[in-house]
Design a protein around this ligand. Sequence first.
Ligand code: ADP
Ligand code: MG
Length: 635
Amino acid sequence: MTQIIDGSTFTGAADSQAAIEQPREDVVLSSVVSPQEDAPSSDTTDSAASADLETTPATVVPEAETPPPISAFAAFGLRRELLDGLAAIGFEEPSPIQKAAIPELMLGRDLVGQAQTGTGKTAAFGLPLLERLDAGQRTPQVLVLTPTRELAMQVAEAFNSYAACMKGVKVLPIYGGADFRDQIQHLRRGVQIVVGTPGRVMDHMRQGTLDLSGLRSLVLDEADEMLRMGFIDDVKWVLEQLPAERQVVLFSATMPSEIRRISQNYLKDPAEVTIRQKAADGRRIRQRHLVVNGPQKLEALERVLEAEGSEGVIIFARTKAITLTVAESLEQHGYDVAVLNGDVPQTQRERTIERLRDGRVNVLVATDVAARGLDVDRIGLVINYDIPFDGEAYVHRIGRTGRAGRSGEAILFLTPRERRFLGGLERAVNQPIEAMEVPGNASINQHRLDRLRQKLTTALQQPVCNPEERALLGEILQRVALEQSCSPDQLALAALELGLAGKPLLLQGEERWGQSRPGAPTRERDRDRGDRDRERSGDRRPFSDRNQERGEDGPEDNMERFRIEVGWRDRVKPGNIVGAIANESGLAGRSIGKIRIFDAHSTVDLPKGMPEEVFADLRRLRVMNKELQISRLGS
Ligand code: ADP
Ligand code: MG
């Protein structure tokens, strides 16, 4: 039996309406739920649907019988304590995967579910398994395997929140890095639900400290991630050790053949549920890309953050080293940044995620591994600072935003060379990823003004100072007004300027970000960073200035001069050339020498002895949409 359902996320009231109007048997028996039959079409507007909802229950639940308002979850036949738990955490309507999976799992069936992150899988298996729990049995009845420790903790927390009103339910997360003996103690005292990573679970099984003889259900959460992380043999080993009579539930965002095989070999006649990413859901996350040369990424990032920054930003970088560079640079620009990579110890990771969740940290710079399964609702923007390795990774990354029915933004940085991967990513999300430009001064300045206006409004509505302090401030104002005989407007202006704390209100001058030498600070950043940086990096003036100083004679000794077929006519600037060449050749920006731009061509000095392959690559390289056609300018 396969259910294929369009629409991965909670379309809120519209879903519940379907659930309420459909007798429960229909949900269980229908083998294929087509989008028309079940999922609300995307043109159902929320307001219309919720208006319907308010008027619907009377026809379904006679008021006299059940006075308290009945949740759509009640239709599954979940016990009262669970419904109370759900009400407490604000779950009102089941998501599509919950609607499809819960009835099957309540019957004790095996199940294979394919759905992206953020679709509500945890409750889809958590609720029915809790419903079937035997509180009297002291050995573990449910085991959930997750790819990461973070996910194990999240799932365990979710179980605890659903079961908050149930008596005697013990949930234990077990993962590496946490104290082993502590876990053994908990297991001895009696636990019904264990959530763990494969490695640590196996350790306990081997040692005999985790007794699975009474296990009723095993859940493989994010199975494809477990495969990607190399846990698949561990998972099989665990499966082999389980009692013959058990329920197996497998959830995965994608279905690689390896996962299919597990499902065929270890699951018995599983119900299959596929939640197709509906276009409308994908559109909840607005996805854009911008093309930027490698050396200019940092500055482009700062600009994007300034112009597009929202509450809660995750920046994905490819390596630990890059996460550090990026975080350091953002910190210097006054952002509250945290880093999450494989080097960060477990305890600190948990604290970091907590800080991100409650807003003490606004920007998280992470590698893929460290951010797997991360579930923080307040992420409004995901930046792919480095391109992900494949479509799946892209889907996982952008899935960090637009959670729990909110809308989100995703911005992908591509170097000119990486452009060719865009199509693959678009296919993975089944929608175009629009192009955008690195934000210019105008939009950054507009954003700054908007933010200032917002801050001023907040300050007016929610004063920071206590009444006595405010009285003192008022006195100061009066006194200055008298002494200077100025108007309240003039005073307010002066106070606002004071609030800028010496930082310029607007980004001034030409748009130098594309012209500056790779990594070179703009004038404003020079001021921010001070002399330390200047010392470290030597001359940081733009190329054009240096050209004039050096005169127009031949290349320096260790350099060779090349001709490229792009010039003023193409509106090329030295920064474009440096950026493109540095990016393509792997040369450090500072080892690229003098550049002169002529009408239809330019010259550039590069270190002698460039390898032939690099030379060939550079020939095909495009700048300002023209092939460089680089050639040696004989000496
Ligand atoms: P997945 O495992 O598919 O990635 P989660 O189970 O982590 O998704 O759920 C994603 C988010 O949606 C969580 O914050 C969760 O609390 C919330 N959520 C899940 N189901 C519901 C629901 N029925 N109503 C409201 N919020 C929900
Ligand atoms: Mg999950």
